[in-house]
Design a protein around this ligand. Sequence first.
Ligand code: NAP
Length: 290
Amino acid sequence: MFGRIALIGIGLIGSSLSHAIRRGGLAAEISVSTRSQETLDRAAELKLGDHYSTNAAKAVEGADLIILSVPLGAMGAVAQSIKGSLKPGAIVTDAGSSKASVIADISPHIPEDVHLVPGHPIAGTEYSGPDAGFATLFDNRWCVLTPQAYTDKNAIEKVTKFWTACGSNIEIMDPLHHDKVLAITSHLPQLIAYCIVDTATDLESHLQSEVIKFSASGFRDFTRLAASDPVMWRDVCLKNRDAVLDVLSQFTEDLTALRRSIRRGEGEELQKIFTRTRAIRRDVIDANQD
Ligand code: NAP
């Protein structure tokens, strides 16, 4: 599908991409770049690429497809560092969890003869780093692409075929719409998990040990989410600020209403809400996104 693919950032997403590219035979060669020598050495031990460098500009030389899988806060600086080395006709894409910010941060650095097709695989785990990746991460998951109206159609088609070959289903979306949807489906649940686990750590020490001991009763699921990479989620909050603030306001209102129903003993209202949410769970399972 491609001669050379450059993976810039080789954590959970970059290393999973390497495995998926190898599985599908999607590139003749993979060039890997990461910020630290330590991560680069580990990527080499895991044979995630054919060429390795801590210099992103060197890694993108001759690449037909460049995939940026670094934290959102690093996208702009990375794009700036590679702009002079991109091959004419190359395609740059990314895996960033918010899209309007990535477009604002990257596009000023994309030369006229290079195509930018932003993307977001809606797939992940709470683990990070090059050891965390696996070939099936993107299987049967959505990958949202947010090209601009003027983006080259051929480039969009190539990126679509690439993610499809990695196992994903493709949805094309407006970047701001993507950011609103993801604020609800991903960013809000993550913040709630961080908040619940943090509240529990505030409790007195004897109670804390009981929180861990009896964690199977709901808390455990939140600790899995709350174990996610702090830098990645810091950047999501800062880079998708407006959409996250909107959805947090709505959530706070709904939580206050729920609290009022409990205080007033409105059993019927509580049961109505809990019945509605139970149906949503069935929809998620039916959509194969469990
Ligand atoms: P990760 O496992 O933490 O890996 C991050 C990679 O970026 C590493 O290679 C790291 O290099 C590099 N990096 C970190 N800070 C950097 C900086 N300031 N400048 C340049 N490089 C830097 O992260 P990930 O989970 O793969 O996430 C990568 C991207 O995918 C993020 O934009 C995230 O929003 C998006 N995403 C994540 C998930 C998820 O569930 N994790 C899902 C979908 C999309 P060193 O190790 O060498 O420092």
